[in-house]
Design a protein around this ligand. Structure first.
Ligand code: PEP
Ligand code: MN
Length: 361
């Protein structure tokens, strides 16, 4: 069965867009050999390599510059794979276009800056090239959407988003925490924009790549960008997260493809039953919340008549702990119940405050 598709303006071999290649172009041989090994596994739709590398600290390897574009294009051409690279300003865009690079992407450190994004958008006016926009480093949905809109306004037809995780002050197992709810929100707000997951920059380490890639597929994302290198431990940037083309092949083979919509009628009817159960439960939950807020308003008027404050910390602590242990007994996660209770408490206080402090005309 031919499952070939077009995602973000790029023809794919299978159901998902697969992008791979080194974090950075290092030498002509490394770029060429990586491309040859990726060609051999026959699963990659787009070859990547960073030419200008935005590094956190000075005196790190900052990319090979313009000559890398020539190596990248030549390697892609020799292997019959289109190529992509990161651009961070108008000069990069001009150089990439001059060298016939097929697809451009904006990095996470560029998406955060509307001046840079606009400069790139202006340089792209009148050009027909697919563009991918990575999420900004910080979990700011509007900034991500704003960057996509700037590129759209420049007239670019094929735009995809790349989810590469978000930097966090807390130490976690990830280099950049995925915060899946953000790309899910993006999918709801901009359904026409395909989302590619970049597990390499989310994980920062090889051992997590497969489970994050699977999760991305289960979140119905449209593709994966995975960094690969002929000798990952010797890579000049992001060594810990790169894998060989053979490891990439293995990883991709291990992934389970699931479909967003069931095609089999029997499967569909069981799914429908579950969904209708969920719909009924959600309706009940909303009715119960509405009732709870009604009681909160009644308490508000009662407290008002008796001059009692809205907030009684001890009572709240009691409720919070009792509900938490009940939730735990019933198999709910602590973080879920904490978020839920905090939100219910905020709304309850707001309702009581509305009742207690009605302005007299
Ligand atoms: C990269 O893709 O190599 C890169 C620098 O990624 P990000 O912009 O996601 O940090
Ligand atoms: Mn990288």
């Amino acid at each position: 069965m031919n499952t070939s598709k077009e995602i973000g303006g790029i023809k794919t071999k299978g159901e998902k867009l697969i992008i791979s290649g080194p974090c950075s172009a290092e030498t002509e041989e490394q770029v060429h050999e990586t491309a040859a090994q990726l060609k051999a596994i026959n699963k990659v739709d787009l070859l990547r390599a960073g030419i200008w590398k935005p590094r956190t600290r000075p005196n790190s390897f900052e990319g090979v510059g313009g000559q890398g574009l020539v190596w990248l294009k030549a390697a892609g051409k020799a292997m019959g794979i289109p190529v992509c690279t990161e651009v961070a300003n108008a000069t990069h865009v001009e150089a990439a276009l001059k060298n016939d690079i097929d697809v451009l992407w904006l990095g996470a450190r560029t998406t955060v800056n509307p001046f840079s994004v606009q400069e790139i958008a202006d340089a792209l006016k009148g050009v027909d090239i697919p563009v991918m926009v990575k999420n900004p480093i910080n979990p700011d949905m509007e900034l991500w959407i704003g960057a996509i809109e700037r590129i759209q306004l420049a007239g670019i037809q094929n735009i995809s988003a790349i989810h590469r995780g978000f930097s966090s002050f807390d130490k976690t197992i990830y280099r950049n925490v995925p915060m899946w709810e953000i790309p899910i929100q993006l999918k709801l707000r901009m359904p026409e924009v395909p989302i590619i997951c970049d597990p390499s920059h989310i994980c920062g380490r090889r051992d997590l790549l497969e489970s994050v890639s699977q999760k991305a597929l289960d979140m119905a994302m449209d593709g994966l960008m995975l960094e690969s290198h002929i000798s990952p431990d010797d890579a000049w940037s992001d060594a810990a997260q790169q894998i060989t083309p053979t490891q990439l092949e293995q990883l991709l083979n291990n992934l389970v493809a699931r479909h967003e919509d069931a095609e089999d009628n029997e499967v569909l009817s069981v799914l429908e039953k579950f969904r209708s159960e969920i719909d009924q439960l959600d309706e009940k939950i909303i009715q119960v919340f509405s009732k709870r807020m009604e009681v909160a308003r009644a308490i508000g008027s009662f407290k008002k008549e008796n001059d009692i404050t809205i907030l009684q910390s001890n009572r709240w602590k009691e409720i919070y702990n009792a509900r938490k242990s009940l939730a735990k007994e019933l198999g709910l996660s602590e973080s879920f119940i904490e978020t839920l209770l905090t939100s219910v408490h905020h709304e309850s206080i707001k309702q009581q405050n509305d009742v207690m402090n009605i302005k007299k005309p």
